[in-house]
Design a protein. Structure first.
Ligand code: SF4
Length: 265
């Protein structure tokens, strides 16, 4: 359990580490951010940002998207993955926005999560970034980093959201999530870059013995496994980021004696 002084110290340090932390999705209003966040499921922000300019030009608001042809919408969002389900959710979400909210994005968690394809994480992103309502989105980066530091001890996103919100004033919630996400992407990756991290003195993962080899220029560090929790954390990290395997079609098969002879001729 962290003291309130150490919680403040940790989030102040993360703020300094990532001074421009914000969502990396491109948007100009709440509807666009809602759509972009829905598309980012099982995809990346960079990938979503490639498709949204054409998408928002063709379907700029809920009325246009509710009347979209499913096949055309699927083509526009194809590269974000799960495009059939996402297309259905976008049309359903836009239709309900029109029906219940006059096409406007509501500024409430209950109203947002009643829309098709919108969960707590998406709702919190939109509330916190586009509607001025404090929200703390919890994604896999927030889960990993907050657990490693020892701020929380849970894999349940809702429990983690509630616990983090209880530690911080509402005005810090959205930025706390943004800094944890950026920290998880850039520093506290599945194989963490602890020597580059400015919260390591307050980090349980670091202090309990999981250390990293000296940094190689431009290279990633492998975990040196200690005992107890550090070993378990290292194994968890490895499970999240398994080594790349050569596809079966590219695997080398040992040469037979006959084949070796043929090769020499
Ligand atoms: S010290 Fe290491 S494990 Fe802890 S938050 Fe920093 S990068 Fe992550």
């Amino acid at each position: 359990m962290k003291t309130s002084a150490s919680v403040t110290r940790i989030f102040d340090a993360l703020d300094r580490h990532h001074p421009g932390a914000d969502t990396e999705l491109a948007y100009s209003n709440a509807f666009e951010l809602l759509v972009a966040t829905m598309l980012s499921a099982q995809s990346t922000d960079a990938r979503v940002n490639l498709v949204t300019p054409a998408l928002f030009k063709r379907f700029p608001d809920a009325r246009a998207m509710a009347a979209a042809d499913g096949a055309e919408l699927e083509r526009l969002i194809l590269s974000t993955g799960f495009f059939r389900q996402k297309s259905k959710s976008l049309i359903g979400m836009s239709s309900l926005l029109l029906e219940r909210h006059g096409g406007e994005v509501p500024a409430s968690m209950a109203a947002l999560t009643a829309l098709p394809g919108v969960g707590r994480k998406t709702a919190n992103v939109v509330l916190g970034h586009a509607l001025g309502v404090p929200g703390l989105p919890v994604d896999r980066h927030v889960l990993r980093v907050a657990n490693r530091i020892g701020l929380v001890h849970s894999d349940d996103p809702v429990k983690v959201e509630v616990a983090l919100c209880a530690m911080l004033p509402p005005a810090r919630w959205t930025r706390a999530s943004d800094t944890l996400i950026l920290h998880g992407r850039r520093v506290c990756r599945p194989a963490p870059l602890c020597p580059r991290c400015n919260v390591r003195k307050d980090c349980d993962f670091y202090r309990t013995g999981a250390t990293t080899k000296p940094m190689k220029k431009g290279g990633s560090n492998r975990l040196r496994q200690g005992s107890g929790e550090s070993r378990r954390s290292a194994l968890r990290a490895k499970a999240e980021d398994p080594p790349l395997r050569r596809p079966a079609s590219q695997k080398k098969t040992p040469l037979t004696k006959k084949a070796k002879k043929r090769g020499r001729r």
